[in-house]
Design a protein around this ligand. Structure first.
Ligand code: IPE
Ligand code: IPE
Ligand code: MG
Length: 254
């Protein structure tokens, strides 16, 4: 990583440690719209536009897996027309922007309870995954109808079936086996989770995978979250002392 340029700005990122696996909770679309006296749907549209920007920036920084929270299992409790607009926007985004994602070498995958999504959305998901499967630079993983608890519930059910079938004994179950039965076991746990909009909670995002993730919150609302915010998050992340329950590397040597 050396010099990165973006919109007439140049950043020297030499030596900056960037997460291999990054997760972002795309929150604050409603507040962004409210500040501008616009309908919430305008905020969601601006948020979708910004996802394209984040993908480009993460690709340039060398992030390999970018997981974004697009729609939670709890978001169904919003008014029906907002849910409908979000689903429509989702389909539109992947139809409109796939050529740009292709240009950036971005493979698209999805995580969540996909089977419960409307037919049209499932079609977009299947086509998007198929079309992009050979792209190598970065994986964009979109969490859609995703809930961390539902993911764990699903993994528990899969293991319980194996017990019932006599393939394993209950005492054989390990953390590793649970990990292997999450939605996308080949995607590394995120080292860093970013939440724009100031909320300091996970809202049911990546509960299993976030055990040792660093958490970074910014006041910037998601549609405004840009290159400077991302750069700041990476700088702060690079300075964190990740101890994983042990001692810091300095203490361990003394
Ligand atoms: C995130 O923005 C988008 C989704 C949850 C789908 P919000 O719609 O939650 O925006 P705020 O939190 O109301 O500002
Ligand atoms: C989390 O945001 C879900 C997404 C960004 C998709 P929410 O706006 O739904 O979370 P809460 O309700 O503030 O916890
Ligand atoms: Mg919100």
């Amino acid at each position: 990583m050396a010099i990165l340029s973006n919109k007439n700005k140049t950043y020297d990122t030499t030596g900056l440690k960037v997460p291999v696996s990054l997760a972002v909770i795309m929150d604050g679309n409603g507040r962004w719209a409210k500040k501008r006296l616009l309908p919430r749907s305008a905020g969601h549209r601006a948020g979708a536009e910004n996802l394209k920007e984040l993908c480009r920036n993460c690709g340039r920084y060398g992030v390999k897996y970018l997981t974004v929270y697009a729609f939670s299992t709890e978001n169904w409790s919003r008014p029906e027309d907002e849910v409908h607009q979000l689903m429509e926007l989702f389909v539109e985004f992947f139809e409109k922007y796939d050529p740009e994602l292709e240009q950036e070498g971005i493979r698209v995958r999805f995580t969540g309870d996909i089977s419960a999504l409307p037919e049209k959305v499932r079609k977009t998901i299947a086509e998007g995954e198929e079309r992009s499967k050979n792209r190598q630079k970065m994986q964009l993983i979109v969490a859609m109808n995703y809930g961390g608890r539902r993911e764990i519930e699903n993994a528990a059910r899969k293991l319980a079936s194996k017990v019932k079938a006599g393939e394993i004994e209950p005492e054989d179950i390990t953390e590793q086996m649970l990990s292997e039965n999450m939605y996308l076991p080949d995607v590394p746990d995120p080292e860093l989770i970013i939440r724009p909009s100031g909320e300091m909670r996970l809202s049911n995002f990546l509960l299993w995978e976030s055990a040792y993730a660093e958490f970074w919150v910014s006041e910037t609302l998601w549609p405004d979250f840009g290159y400077d915010d991302l750069t700041q998050a990476f700088k702060d992340y690079a300075g964190r002392d990740r101890r994983f329950g042990g001692l810091s590397s300095k203490e361990a040597k003394s």
